[in-house]
Ligand binder design. Structure first.
Ligand SMILES: Cc1ncc(COP(=O)(O)O)c(C=O)c1O
Length: 480
């Protein structure tokens, strides 16, 4: 829950610290915006559904030739804010993120106010050192002794960077001259994120050259299926080059077995990448780090603090086991930009981007505030709440748990009523947002318990709401 007073104080401190001399209308605007956002955060209980038509009718979105007055603009902003889905709401379970931590939000607001770009020390100053600190902490959590990393705009891009590194590793001239041959093949599981296929299309490997390996009954990649597919591809004269393992699959939250799969991949010299966009954060918990044991065997890891760590979007890291690979794949000579300081202080040479938002500062601020111990407790609270939801579901004969969860995804269904219908009715009636998925011909509700700031009561209420809505759908079905 957003703490209004605390936030306003911090915001004031920030203003005087930066000695911001804002024009008076701008101060007024900032104050009003402040109250607007406080009202947004306080109105967490409702999450009314607005269709695109409702929104078009309520507020004019078209940009005009004539300027708009501050007051009219504020009114439009207020309307837009009130129509915006609330992802920290106690009935929001739709995504692999939800809820947010005050200090991380504040740091992100500071980032917008400071407006630096993370390519050079000259332009970003202490933030380069702060980013280095976060990346180095993350590497040490992974067990990468000689690691390096880069912040990028999301897990899909982190996976893209990993695939480029892998391609350049197997085909060192490809960066300069294009691929030297066809027939490179990448491997991921049927439950892996779609960005792997998309990225194969982007980097010239081809989407059809991604093999989606079968999974076992828990949603983890099958070692037998991977070995078999590799044999087929090798026999066909193809060149396997990249294995994507998922730590926390999007729908089921499954963790692929890094040691077992790496063993197979190493026999054929594949680049092993762990897509921990969602699940790598479990490494911060002493109790749950075991889910991602042996992650240090991978050549690279994607990790999104904006999912399980309560940091606002976006915040995503690509971490590599060995230093120097990022610059090898991404550095360019640019006399206009890289004019001062060492390469170490100019992370632009390691990035796929030129201008780059500062997404490390909010992670650093929260990590400083909580410390490793606090983060461990935060992650464990999420798992504690997940366990509570599981026992609520198991003790209610109207619900059926689809499988024991490994991560924070609880997959279950209400007997007799299709899960997609329930999810849609909840959303359209403004009662909550939760997604649905399928696995092994079973269709289910996927409730992600990622917001540790929820009370048990919120979870009980949401399950009761699902039952109420399911019953009305059932009754309506009877009368139709
Ligand atoms: C396993 C996994 N990898 C990658 C991604 C993509 O991350 P992003 O949305 O930050 O691009 C997701 C998104 O949910 C995911 O679940």
């Amino acid at each position: 829950m957003w703490c209004q007073t605390k936030h306003v104080c911090l915001e004031r401190a920030l203003e005087s610290e930066l000695n911001v001399d804002l024009p008076s209308t701008q101060i007024l605007l900032m104050d009003q915006l402040q109250s607007l956002m406080d009202a947004y955060d306080a109105s967490e209980l409702e999450n009314t559904f607005y269709s695109p038509q409702d929104i078009q009718k309520t507020v004019s979105l078209s940009i005009q030739d004539e300027p708009m007055s501050d007051q009219s603009l504020l009114k439009s902003l207020a309307t837009i804010v009130s129509c915006t889905p609330k992802t920290s709401n106690p009935s929001f379970f739709n995504q692999l993120f939800g809820g947010k931590e005050d200090v991380a939000v504040l740091a992100d607001m500071m980032v917008a106010r400071m407006n630096n770009s993370m390519y050079t020390y000259k332009v970003a100053g202490p933030h380069i050192l702060i980013e280095q600190e976060v990346l180095s902490q993350a590497c040490s959590v992974l067990g990468y002794e000689n690691g390096e990393g880069v912040f990028c705009p999301g897990g899909s891009i982190a996976n893209l960077i990993a695939m480029i590194l892998a391609r350049n590793s197997i085909d060192p001239n490809s960066r300069d001259q294009g691929l030297s041959q066809n027939g490179y093949v990448a491997y991921t599981s049927e439950q892996g994120h779609y960005s792997i296929k998309k990225n194969a299309g982007i980097i010239g490997i081809g989407r059809n050259n991604v093999r989606e390996i079968a999974v076992n009954e828990s949603g983890e990649m099958s070692a037998e299926a991977l070995s078999e597919q590799l044999e087929w591809d090798l026999a066909a004269g193809l060149t396997p080059f990249f294995l994507n393992l998922t730590a926390g699959t999007t729908v089921l939250g499954a963790f692929d077995d890094v040691a077992r799969m790496s063993d197979i991949a190493n026999q054929h010299k594949l680049w092993v990448h762990v897509d921990g966009s969602y699940g790598a954060s479990v490494l911060l918990s002493k109790k749950y780090a075991v889910l991602l044991r042996d992650v240090n065997l991978a050549h690279s890891v994607a990790w999104n603090p904006h999912k399980m760590m309560g940091v606002p979007l976006t915040s995503s890291m690509l971490l590599c086991k060995n230093k120097g690979l990022l610059a090898n794949s991404f550095s360019e000579v640019s006399d206009y930009l890289f004019q001062e300081d060492t390469d170490e202080l100019n992370p632009g040479i390691k990035s796929i981007q030129c201008g780059r938002r500062n997404d490390a500062f909010k992670v650093w601020a929260l990590w400083k505030q909580l410390g490793n111990k606090g983060f461990s407790r935060r992650i464990e609270k999420q798992f504690y709440l997940r366990d509570k939801v599981v026992s609520m579901i198991n003790s209610d004969p109207d619900f059926e748990l689809i499988m024991e969860p490994v991560s924070l995804n609880v997959c279950f269904r209400y007997r007799d009523i299709a899960s997609d219908k329930i999810c849609s009715a909840l959303d359209k009636r403004g009662l909550g947002k939760v997604g649905h998925g399928s696995f092994n011909q079973q269709h289910f509700i996927r409730m992600v318990i990622v917001n540790p700031n929820l009370a048990l009561e919120d979870l009980e209420n949401f399950l009761a709401t699902i039952k109420r809505v399911a019953r009305t759908l059932k009754d309506r079905g009877r009368t139709e």
